[in-house]
Design a protein around this ligand. Sequence first.
Ligand code: PMP
Ligand code: GLU
Length: 394
Amino acid sequence: MSLLSDRILNMSTSATLAMAAKARELRTEGKDIIGLSLGEPDFNTPDFIKNEAIKAINDDYNSYTPVDGYVELKEAIITKFKRDNNLTYTLPQIVVSTGAKQCLANIASVLLNKGDEVLLPCPYWVSYSDIVKLNDGVPVEVKTSIDTNFKMTANQLEAAITPKTKMIWFSSPCNPSGSVYSKSELRALADVLVKHPNIYVVSDEIYEHINYIGGHASMAQFDDMYDRTITVNGVSKAFAMTGWRIGYIGAPEKIARACNKMQGQITSGANCIAQRAVITALNESPMRVKYMIDEFKVRRDLVLDLLSNIDGFKSNTPDGAFYVFPDISAFFGKTLRGKTIHNATDFSLYLLEEALVATVTGDAFGNPNCIRISYAASQEQIIEAIKRIKDVVS
Ligand code: PMP
Ligand code: GLU
């Protein structure tokens, strides 16, 4: 009998976290690694949020929290959904969790039975497929390419649906492609889904505010989709609060109650201090964090400009998030500095070893032709990293 369960043995390590750990390890060996692998803002959490956390500590917020979150936080989330997304939710429809990652894990565990299929438009965020598999679901990849800005069309969706399809999971703005679905593009997908009333949608909107074209659209905004859409969001990205670990859902009440029940046996309520701070973050206008979004846009343009001067990199213009996802398949079969590049993983490792730049292979996101470059790094680091990349691939 093996010590570890089949469950953990069959699970992949998170490629984003693994690459970040590898970069950290190389740095401790004295290597000058530039990390463009992790989707983590390089800004500090804004002071107006930090001050609330300090106040919460001094006000003795130290007990277990309600499993689904403080009422004041759930009210702030309801206000945020109404203000930013024109979505109406009530208290029992909201669940606060330890990061959007836990929201997704809850959803999978309360909705999936063995063999249920979950459609994942590719590229998708790295953890989706393993969270689905962990809960006995079957991830079904729906391929897209750079030529359609990595967006799934209604026809592709229709063709991927089978009697076993239980859900579709996607993020917009998308990690890793940065693609943003417009309202009409979502409507076209909804038109397919209304013909299949048993399919639920997980709309991961954690990059909502990191959108350079405006007009964030939510699937739940359509009356005919509201009752079967779970809107996932969180504060990690726009508020630079990755380590605080707060995410939340707005969902049909039955699903929210099930997530609450699941969480009650797995982790209990999310951290008390972080929740108090997030009440303030969400009650304030998103304009308070616009300075970060403006800077991300400058960096996006910088990365695209620099990459456009490297032969073999084919990039589209991502409209949101803080990633570019260039197609680098032109390098497959080539030998660079004595190393043959067979695939995107080889290429990403080559960049790490030769250019000392950490990226993430597209394989981790269901796209074997691309790599993900995070530009949540300073302009100086970006300029230096891409100069190094250019040197080692030219
Ligand atoms: N969804 C997407 C698309 C992400 O990129 C991330 C990255 N952190 C998450 C969910 C999870 O976010 P967190 O757990 O930090 O709230
Ligand atoms: N979501 C971020 C990323 O894609 C953070 C790392 C993670 O949670 O996987 O890099």
